[in-house]
Design a protein around this ligand. Structure first.
Ligand code: FAD
Length: 451
């Protein structure tokens, strides 16, 4: 007979952040019988998905003393995944049919924020959350406990200090900009900014914009800006040097693709590696983000080195601090919400003792082998948490550890179908597709699933 859950330990757990990761972590931890406090700096749940027109005072986001704006969303943002694959496994992201909601398959950001609010209400999570409360310190104390200091106002005198058995870090990783290094930038007279502070295209009307990057938000933002700008020049690493051509796959005639920037000059010109030269008004860095844990003190056990957070067993547990410290949501190029759910179930089970972890030595050996495999395949260090092709293998491994089914076959196939569709119709994939059969399978699967 399976042992009852009461045989397992209930822990006091601090969850940092009430975005999608923190919400599902809180749910799984409570389901497992733990006592949970969620700390959330903002006044509502949703994290990244809470759009704000406000931008930071430093458009590059490099001044450490700036007032931090958490979300990096732009006004026009629609999801880049179909809602069927994007939602949590047992709380499908289906259209509610209500008039104020966005029923589209790739909805706007507000619909995701409302879905996360529904999730929090549906599972009674708001009662666990301390809103407008920032964790300013989380560090290990003796007896493997964690000291957490939090601040609810601007007054440092009202910092509250508490002791927890475990800390689950869910603070997101799309807030701290990574910038491209550009020779000559200090003397360049134009404006430059990071996409973290991009909201609407209007300020770029009739401007010549150079946009650096090639990932999802670079593509979206370049198309957004091209509607009003004089010209948009995209500098992307993935373009072979010497190639200068119109962005293929769409009909935007004021958008151009270049290799990376070689240098910028005092006269306002931008020189690309193929020798082409553009006189530009703005450089927009769509160059991604850095992992950042300003509150975390592990006495050097966990470090961030060239965007590698480590050492972490399976991107979650530092072997020497497991299971008391864990991270949800570090991997990228993934289906985030389902992955957060698998990670959270594993953490909850490991904390109660229901799921066993390998010894510290075994976990460290696994991490070392993983790093060696990255080196052997010439994967740069800053791609450590890029799962891409291995994401479903990773999710299914976690599911196996938890003793639950892995990712549904239709979800895997729909993810692949969307990726292919995006290549064929980069500007139209959100409104035209050919995977209706998979949509039907998903709907069948969802029947009876929602609360
Ligand atoms: P976040 O949503 O960032 O939440 C972290 C929370 O932690 C925030 O609420 C923050 O206020 C809080 N916090 C941080 N520090 C502290 C502290 N010290 N104390 C207390 N609270 C703190 N994913 C998709 O699935 N589909 C998409 O289409 C998609 N598009 C995206 C587009 C953009 C532009 C970006 C940036 C991301 C996109 N993502 C998308 C990924 C998205 O980030 C994830 O879906 C998910 O929202 C991340 O959730 P999270 O909980 O890990 O982090």
């Amino acid at each position: 007979m399976a042992p009852s859950i009461s045989l397992f330990k209930s822990r006091d757990v601090a969850v940092i952040g009430a975005g999608a990761a923190g919400l599902v972590a809180a749910r799984e931890l409570r389901r497992e019988g733990h006592k949970v406090v969620v700390f959330e700096r903002e006044r509502q749940v949703g994290g990244t998905w809470v759009y704000t027109p406000t931008v930071e005072t430093d458009p590059l986001g490099s001044d450490p003393s700036r007032h931090i704006v958490h979300s990096s969303l732009y006004a026009s943002l629609r999801t880049n995944l179909p809602r069927e694959v994007m939602g949590f496994l047992d709380y499908p992201f289906v259209s509610t049919g209500e008039p104020h909601r966005d029923p589209r398959r790739f909805p706007g950001h507000r619909e995701v924020s409302l879905y996360l609010k529904d999730f929090a209400v549906g599972f009674g999570l708001n009662e666990l959350i301390r809103f407008e409360t920032e964790v300013v310190y989380a560090g290990l104390v003796e007896d493997e406990k964690w000291r957490v200091k939090s601040r609810s106002g601007n007054d440092a005198a009202i910092d509250v200090e508490e002791i927890f058995d475990a800390v689950v870090v869910c603070n997101g990783h799309y807030t701290e900009p990574r910038l491209a290094e550009i020779p000559g930038i200090d003397a360049w007279p134009g404006k430059h900014m990071h996409s973290h502070n991009y909201r609407i295209p209007e300020p770029f009307r009739d401007q010549v914009v150079v946009l650096i990057g090639g990932a999802a938000s670079a593509v979206d933002i370049s198309m957004d800006i091209a509607q009003v700008a004089k010209a948009v020049h995209i500098a992307s690493r993935s373009v072979e040097a010497g190639i200068l051509k119109k962005l293929s796959g769409n009909a935007i005639d004021n958008m151009w693709l270049h290799p990376m920037i070689e240098s910028v000059q005092k006269d306002g010109t931008v020189i690309f590696y193929d020798g082409s030269v553009v006189l530009a008004d703005v450089i927009l860095h769509c160059t991604g983000y850095k992992y950042h844990f300003p509150f975390l003190d592990t006495s050097g056990i966990v470090t961030v080195d060239d965007n590698r957070v480590g050492p972490l067993y399976k991107h979650i547990f530092p072997p020497h601090l497991a299971p008391g410290l864990s991270f949800v949501g570090l991997p990228w190029k993934v289906l985030p919400f389902p992955m957060f759910e698998f990670q959270s179930k594993w953490i909850a089970g490991a904390l109660s003792g229901r799921i066993g972890l390998p010894s510290q030595e075994e976990m460290m050996a696994d991490v070392s082998a993983f790093y060696l495999s990255l080196e052997a395949s010439d994967t740069p260090k800053h791609y450590t948490h890029n799962l891409a092709d291995s994401q479903f293998e990773y999710d299914d491994w976690l599911a196996l550890e938890c003793g639950i089914p892995g990712v549904e076959e239709w979800r895997k196939k729909m993810y692949e179908a969307t990726a292919k569709n995006k290549k064929v119709r980069p500007d139209k994939y959100r409104d035209k597709w050919e995977d209706e059969d998979l949509m039907l399978e998903a709907q069948k699967d969802f029947a009876g699933c929602r609360l």
